[in-house]
Ligand binder design. Structure first.
Ligand code: KIV
Ligand code: ZN
Length: 511
């Protein structure tokens, strides 16, 4: 058995299936670059047949990524597979991931297919995908609730047909660790040609055990884990990449395999994903939560100061909790700006892009004298997430808020190419601003979540605002950062509105 554990990241596919986490093409490319810096082996870039937008995103990721394998998801249908192959054409290394449900309930109620038909279609799909690449993965969807003998039959048939990876999804997060590890062990023992394929797992977190299930599977022979940054994913999410990787790294005494991940990129990648999707990371989240390495109690602090191993099993710097160095200021030049961003893994596409970002950097440095790495990343994320969606653009904002007076906002927007100005009162400056914006765009959205966090320390920090809005059952998130939190709030709201105003007709892979 191989001693390499393949890390398959599906943030851009299953992660994007979280309500409100949908990403634009440019955002996906930005995250894909972050995943490549992290060193993930496979990036599942999306479900190309879902819509033209999804196709374009997978294509853009395939055309950009150089080292990781880029994977596209396809149902076990000829058209889906052809579409995935077309989107992946430009990738230096490509994989087609095709799937078909095998549990009794899915076959009967969703597919309305007999087991024999399922085997036949799965084999057809694998053979069809092999015309395009020799790297084909097959998933028996809802394997966690499938009949064991039937699962063995399907796996044997698809491996015979040429699937190099067989992925065992616990689609509804029903399994428990001892059971799931046992399932993987029994499958490897019972499927006669199991030595011809890598056994992979894909666990959902409905019972809070996705990471535990994945680790148990690895301990029992799985050699690929499908996971997402920050555990993003459908419903309660998928197994969190950072937790799987650090568990395998930290407990090498228990695992006979290694991961090829640059762990110092974990925190930057986590921030990139939360910044783009607006899914904040809870403070007590393992590895990437703000409290993960902080010690509150005096006894703990004392122990850590004497010898860090008394209370720490990992080093904060090993997972990328750098000191968030102050790097640039008002007098820093364009080269210093570009060089630091390059060190942080961000490269500009053109001189024009550097110039325009540099203008924004200077404006920020005028307001905030010390510019930290996190400020720089927020600035470029802000630029990237707004570049594509410019149906509504903020020109100016003026707010008046005074004790005893009703707050008032005056907003000027460029809306569908026309400049419009409106004023509005509200219960607070943010409410007044949102009402003024609404009186121009009339989007009719409902604000579900509004939150503001400081990006760095100090009262001069930029505030990062995340909003979640809903319109006709469609949920989207928006983000904005600024030293003025009312301005950041306006940016976040406009970012979300721009997403919701783009009509989207996309298929969900599993429905
Ligand atoms: O959860 C699941 O079963 C999936 C498959 C498409 C692999 O996401
Ligand atoms: Zn899934």
């Amino acid at each position: 058995m191989s001693d390499k554990l393949i890390i398959f990241d599906t943030t851009l596919r299953d992660g994007e299936q979280s309500p409100g986490a949908s990403m634009t093409r440019d955002e996906k490319v930005l995250i894909a670059k972050g995943l490549e810096r992290l060193g993930v082996d496979v990036i599942e870039a999306g479900f190309p047949v879902a819509s033209q937008g999804d196709f374009d995103s997978v294509k853009a990721v395939a055309d950009t990524v150089e080292n990781s394998i880029v994977c596209g998801l396809a149902r076990a249908l000829v058209h889906d597979i052809d579409c995935a192959a077309e989107a992946l054409k430009g990738a230096s290394r490509r994989r087609i991931h095709t799937f078909l449900a095998t549990s009794p309930i899915h076959m009967k109620m969703k597919l309305r297919m007999e087991p024999d038909q399922v085997v036949e279609q799965a084999v057809m799909a694998v053979k069809h995908a092999l015309q395009y690449t020799d790297d084909v993965e097959f998933s028996p969807e809802d394997a966690g609730r499938s009949d064991f003998d039937f699962l063995c039959r399907v796996l044997e048939a698809v491996i015979d047909a040429g699937a190099r990876t067989v992925n065992i999804p616990d689609t509804v997060g029903y399994n428990l660790p001892h059971q799931f590890g046992g399932l993987i062990k029994r499958l490897i023992e019972h499927v006669p040609n199991s030595d011809k394929a890598v056994f992979s797992v894909h666990c959902h977190n409905d019972l809070g055990v996705a990471v535990a299930n994945s680790l148990s599977a690895v301990a029992h022979g799985a050699r690929q884990v499908e996971c997402t940054i920050n555990g993003l994913g459908e419903r309660a999410g998928n197994a969190a990449l950072e937790e799987v990787v650090m568990a395998v790294r930290t407990r090498q005494d228990l695992f006979s395999c290694q991961v090829n991940i640059d762990t110092t990129q974990i925190v930057p990648c986590s921030r990139l994903v939360s910044g783009i999707t607006g899914f904040a990371v809870q403070p007590n989240k393992a590895i990437v939560g703000a409290n993960a390495f902080s010690h509150e109690s005096g006894i703990h602090q004392d122990g850590v100061l004497k010898n860090r191993e008394t209370y720490e099993i990992m080093r904060a710097e090993d997972v990328g909790w750098s000191a968030n160095r102050m790097v640039l200021g008002k007098h820093s030049g364009r080269n210093a700006f570009r060089t630091r961003l390059k060190e942080l893994g961000f490269e500009f596409d053109s001189e024009e892009a550097v110039n325009s970002a540099f203008v924004q950097f200077k404006a920020l440095a005028d307001k905030k004298h010390e510019i930290y790495d996190d400020d720089l990343m927020a600035l470029v994320t802000d630029i990237s997430i707004t570049a594509e969606n410019e149906c509504v653009k903020l020109i100016s904002l003026k707010v008046c808020s005074e004790t005893g007076e009703t707050p008032q906002a005056a907003v000027t927007l460029m809306f569908n190419g026309e400049e419009k100005k409106r004023e509005s009162f509200g219960s607070g400056p943010v409410d007044a601003t949102y009402k003024a914006i609404e009186s121009i765009v009339a989007s009719g959205v409902k604000l579900q979540i509004y939150s503001v966090n400081n990006i760095t320390k100090g009262t001069d920090s930029q505030g990062e605002v995340s909003v979640r809005i809903e319109k006709e059952n469609r949920v989207v998130n928006g983000q904005g950062a600024d030293t003025d939190i009312v301005m950041a709030s306006a940016k976040a709201y406009i970012n979300a509105i721009n997403k919701v105003l783009v009509p989207r007709d996309r298929a969900h892979p599993q429905v």
